[in-house]
Design a protein around this ligand. Structure first.
Ligand code: GDP
Length: 303
């Protein structure tokens, strides 16, 4: 198992005790331990580096050196900086921006296997069930994934499970055509929200990126949510970068937070996209979706 950050820093400062006043170099040494803790939690290297630089400046500025418990103070500074960087604990952050004349369009993007289809149905359930203190919405889901066999059927099955309608499947249609048909159906039938589950990709692939951009152009979504597996680790940064260069992301959903990931991907995603992490997937069941809690994840990252 990993040592907790408090233990690590306690160790650093214990070794220095009895040597008189601590120096700036001592703080830097402590921050090296912070960097290791971040990397062990799978925060991407450039993000960890930038975070540590900022936290070091703060620690030196706050006269940690003269404190009686420098270890605890450094932990607090690091924790506060992490929470702030993860977006604070703002309950409004998890809300989707659906305040337009209906239908509001929510587009889900991400790598194949990230949990995109599952998350689409989870969010649809949440919205249609009036969760999160909002009104019950009339939601329509449509899968634009024509590459993976049975992807459209998978969404339809989940739709039945969560009692949310899915767009009838028409064989042979291309994603842009499906998106157009979905928009029209949502308008004509008075749906409040249209959720578009786009094709997954095994890796970042330009043809699929172009397809995603074409769909975004015609559907003009209010929300484009990037779904990322929290176990993605160091690669999370590349995924976030590629997607955010192609479409204007509005938020991130981190899945598999019920697994053994220490949540470092959250910090990387937030740093790279600058967008809020709206939800955390915490299981395979349809109600295993939570608002993202920065405090909780900061604690997990620091160990
Ligand atoms: P997609 O290819 O991105 O659409 O991925 P899917 O939605 O098909 O999900 C792939 C697998 O991950 C499925 O077996 C899901 O049940 C599972 N999954 C999705 N989200 C979570 C989560 O938050 N926790 C766990 N444990 N499993 C999840």
């Amino acid at each position: 198992m990993f040592d907790s950050l408090s233990d690590r820093l306690g160790g650093v400062f214990d070794r220095l005790r009895g040597r008189g006043a601590l120096t700036e170099a001592d703080v830097r040494q402590a921050m090296r331990e912070v960097r290791i803790a971040l990397l062990e939690a799978d925060v991407a290297l450039p993000v960890a580096r930038q975070f540590v630089d900022e936290a070091t400046e703060k620690a030196i500025g706050q006269n940690v050196l003269r404190s009686v418990t420098p270890g605890q103070q450094v932990v607090k500074i690091v924790n506060d900086a992490l929470v702030a960087m993860l977006g604070g604990d703002d309950p409004a952050a998890a809300e989707l921006n659906l305040g337009v004349s209906p239908p509001a369009v929510v587009m889900m993007v991400g790598l194949q296997g990230s949990g995109k289809t599952t998350t689409t149905a989870k969010i649809a359930k949440r919205l249609s069930g009036g969760q999160g203190g909002r009104d019950r919405k009339k939601v329509l889901m449509a899968s634009l994934d024509v590459n993976r066999p049975a992807a459209q059927e998978q969404l339809a099955t989940l739709g039945t499970q969560v009692e949310v309608q899915t767009l009838p499947i028409v064989a042979g249609q291309q994603p842009v055509e499906i998106a157009r048909r979905a928009l029209q159906a949502a308008k004509l039938q008075g749906f409040d929200v249209l959720m578009l589950d786009t094709a997954g990709r095994l890796h970042v692939d330009q043809a699929l990126m172009d397809e995603m951009k074409a769909v975004a152009d015609i559907a003009t979504p209010q929300e484009i949510l990037l779904v990322v597996d929290s176990l993605t680790g160091q690669d999370a940064v590349n995924v976030a970068q590629s997607f955010s260069e192609q479409v204007p992301l509005t938020g991130v959903v981190l899945t598999r937070m019920d697994g053994d990931a220490r949540g470092g991907a959250a910090l990387s995603m937030r740093a790279v996209t600058g967008k809020p992490i709206k939800f955390a997937g915490v299981g395979e069941k349809m109600d295993a979706l939570e608002a993202f809690h920065a405090e909780r994840v900061a604690g997990r990252i620091l160990g």
